[in-house]
Design a binder for this molecule. Structure first.
Ligand code: PLP
Length: 442
């Protein structure tokens, strides 16, 4: 027996894994050692199709040569440079590149290191914007049930996933939530946007009546609530939310950490839905997942509101040591080049109907109670086992790993969102594995 046949036990490892069942995982680890294109490889060399782009982030596929070499070159040239009262050229170049891709006039960019930081930055920008224009009484932030906006205090507070909130105290004061849009009784097995539920946006009017709209700074929603179970907005819903915000002077923030960078067949989800928010939060695919980075896009009017005081004053007392880190900027510039040259911003639109057919072909398999899809995203919802919510999908996740696919599950929902470079034959293989898994999961 050689060393590779008996990997060291991880049972006593020091690593406190995030969002994981530590003890369960460490007894039977599922390790990924290498990646290329749409595949991961285990330490033993077993090949897995990546059904969720790493963690909704590797949109151009793994270990892309252009991105890898851009990062390698950059780390040897300028490893770090601050952007507090100093600068480095790549930060300005990357911001301008992003501005050239931005929808409408959302062309001012604040850099962060993650989706969570983008969300907290956007919330702070919204509050500070109102204050700068003399409406400091707008202090409330509104999220949505089942929303996921990362794990920092602001994002946890506006988020609406109970399990992520309940053990962390009172979170942030002045936060409220509109109701979620999931209505399986009316909308099960919808293809694309469900038909029923535009009126759910009127729940914002309820909160306006309760708190008075003059106290509300911003509403934040994901155009498609992905981590909360792939909840696709009903036809007309986002438009209605925009109209209500306009009517009451409330800023609308779209959290596009997942829906950005081609996932819905356009550069941003905003462009797919044709609804323009005031701020957009991004991360993940901005560097194809290679180097942590996030960015907040804001409308010109917001940026200009900050540019009014004395010139020798800091306009925004906020930022991170690693905001616009040189490695992230290099990775991001190379990533945008790959997306553009390979047409990846629109690839999900080309694959859409094929993907949709393959996903909905799983209807009728045991325990499947809903299938939904949009862009290159699909969710298969399973009936929970009596008294054991989440157990059925966890079994499916483990069986898929054994059969050669990495899929993501949340509660009893399987989520799929592979790299945008995926070939139709890989899509077939991914769904074939999911089909076999569902057939054998009781
Ligand atoms: C919509 C949304 N916002 C924020 C985040 C948090 O991003 P990060 O994990 O990079 O902090 C995520 C992560 O999945 C997300 O899906």
């Amino acid at each position: 027996m050689n060393d590779r046949a008996t990997p060291p036990s991880l049972e006593n490892s020091a690593f406190f894994m995030p969002f994981s069942m530590n003890r369960h995982f460490k007894k039977a680890p599922r390790l990924l050692a290498r990646a290329q294109g749409v595949h991961y490889y285990t330490p033993e060399g077993r090949k897995l199709i990546d059904g969720i782009s790493g963690l909704w982030c590797v949109n151009a596929g793994h270990c892309r040569e252009r991105i890898v070499s851009a990062v390698q070159k950059q780390v040897a040239e300028l490893d770090f440079a601050p952007t507090f009262q100093m600068g480095h050229p790549l930060a300005f170049e990357f911001a301008d590149k992003l501005a050239s891709l931005a929808p409408a006039d959302l062309k001012r960019i604040f850099f962060t290191n993650s989706g969570s930081e983008s969300v907290d930055t956007a919330l702070k920008l919204a509050l500070a914007y109102h204050r700068a224009r003399g409406e400091g009484h707008r202090v409330r932030l509104i999220g949505r049930e089942r929303g996921y906006h990362g794990v920092n205090f602001g994002g946890t507070a506006v988020g609406g996933m109970v399990g992520n909130r309940k053990i962390f105290g009172a979170l942030v004061a002045g936060v409220d939530h509109i109701r979620h849009t999931h209505d399986p009784e009316k909308n099960a097995f919808s293809r694309g946007q469900p038909r029923h539920g535009a009126e759910l946006a009127d729940d914002l009017e309820r909160l306006c009546a309760l708190h008075d709209p003059s106290t509300i700074a911003a509403v934040i929603v994901e155009p498609v609530a992905c981590s909360g179970g792939v909840l696709v907005p009903p036809v007309g819903y986002l438009e209605r939310l925009r109209a209500i915000c306009d009517q009451h002077g409330i800023l609308l923030i779209f959290d596009e950490v997942i829906t950005g960078w081609g996932r819905l067949g356009k550069t941003f989800g905003t462009q797919h839905f044709n609804v323009i928010p005031d701020l957009i939060t991004t991360a993940k695919g901005i560097t194809n997942g290679t180097v942590p980075m996030g960015a907040v896009f804001m409308r010109e009017q917001l940026y200009q509101a900050f540019m009014t005081g004395p010139e020798k004053a800091i306009e925004m007392p906020h930022g991170y040591t690693y905001s616009s880190h040189p490695l992230a900027c290099a990775a991001g510039l190379a990533t945008m080049q790959v997306y553009e040259e390979e047409g990846l911003f629109t690839r999900a639109a080309e694959l859409w109907s094929y993907w949709e057919e393959q996903a909905h072909a799983l209807k009728g398999l045991p325990n499947v109670i809903d299938i939904r899809n949009i862009g290159l995203i699909a969710a298969i919802e399973l009936a929970p086992r009596a008294g054991a919510p989440g157990a059925r999908a966890l079994d499916a996740h483990i069986k898929a790993f054994e059969r050669g696919a990495y899929i993501r599950v949340a509660a009893d929902i399987i989520a799929l969102a592979p790299p945008l470079i995926i070939a139709k034959s890989d899509i077939d293989q991914l769904f074939e594995i999911v089909r076999e898994v569902l057939k054998t999961t009781d």
